[in-house]
Write a protein that binds this ligand. Sequence first.
Ligand code: NAD
Length: 357
Amino acid sequence: MQKKITVLPGDGIGPEVVQAAIKVLETIGEKFNHQFEFTYAKLGGVAIDDCGVPLPEETVEVCKSSDSVLLGAVGGPKWDNLPGHLRPEKGLLGIRKELNLFANLRPVSGHASLSDASTLRKEVIDGVDLMIVRELTGGLYFGEPSERREEDGEEVVVDTLYYKRSEIERIIKKAFELASVRRKKVTSVDKANVLESSRVWREVAEEVGKEYPDIELEHMLVDNAAMQLIRNPKQFDVMVTENMFGDILSDEASMLTGSLGMLPSASIGSDGPGLYEPIHGSAPDIAGQNKANPLATIASTAMMLRYSFGMQAEADAIEKAISEVLENGYRTGDIAESGKDVLNTEEMTAKVIEYLK
Ligand code: NAD
């Protein structure tokens, strides 16, 4: 197969982890006889510096004309004081919106060999295998108005949680589709005791659930979900939720695996290219030092192969290589026990490639 991949390295450790992922994709290309063509484009702080905006039009065009998009991370202290519309994160939200990527999939599965890196007890996290499905193009992060204004001589501020019913329906359907090839359980997370938007969310989940009679549907309030994720994460299969709830819960869930540096994500729409990225940020504290853990970005390419290209065997091969590398004790600094040997980004990438081959 021939596939065109747009690469958005972004800022901080973004270029380092993306380079690692590209090497792994090239190895997959050789091993399975595929041709991956990489086109680089700018997003985030680097785009602000070079083009004056976080998401240049040219980047949107290149992404739209490709089969898939690989992203590192954006942001950093250099751009922290710019006005909201010029922040690097605006570029990220913008490209998700432009590509209509309404579903963000974040799988969280613990590697038994890494359980010591988690702050939770081994018996709580061993065997965790869940998928957070976060709505990505609506909800509180996109609703208008989102502004400060003056009322009765005082500053007031408003953000808006806005959804069309169809937007809720399509993300919940996606969760049921995913659950149907997993352990057949959907937990719909909301705040229906307080928010009207959540009451509609719950109604829609019930309606969609009727189309999938063999899948168990449960509703859970977001505050309880946050607690249950730590208390007993093994109870979850697929969790589906609103944009901001999903943002928070998925970072919480990342700690089940011990490090942000381990977790991949996929953002997909109904058609067109998907966007694959690690869930961590640009880690300015370790940028440029060859210290970043590349495994989340490498695992994101496995998701790309699986969800955008239908290459199951290739995706499995990457995930197996990552597991074997970890089982054999290789660690980057973020997941190493104190006093143990630490690999840098390039060495860890080379190990994954060695096990792939
Ligand atoms: P972060 O994820 O960048 O870093 C949090 C901590 O985790 C840091 O100590 C960092 O060194 C460590 N870490 C993260 N990824 C790692 C990896 N691959 N290997 C080893 N250690 C890793 O979050 P932050 O510090 O809150 O944010 C830094 C910048 O990144 C900010 O500008 C923020 O806006 C941006 N950000 C971007 C994204 C994105 O591009 N998707 C997501 C989150 C944050």
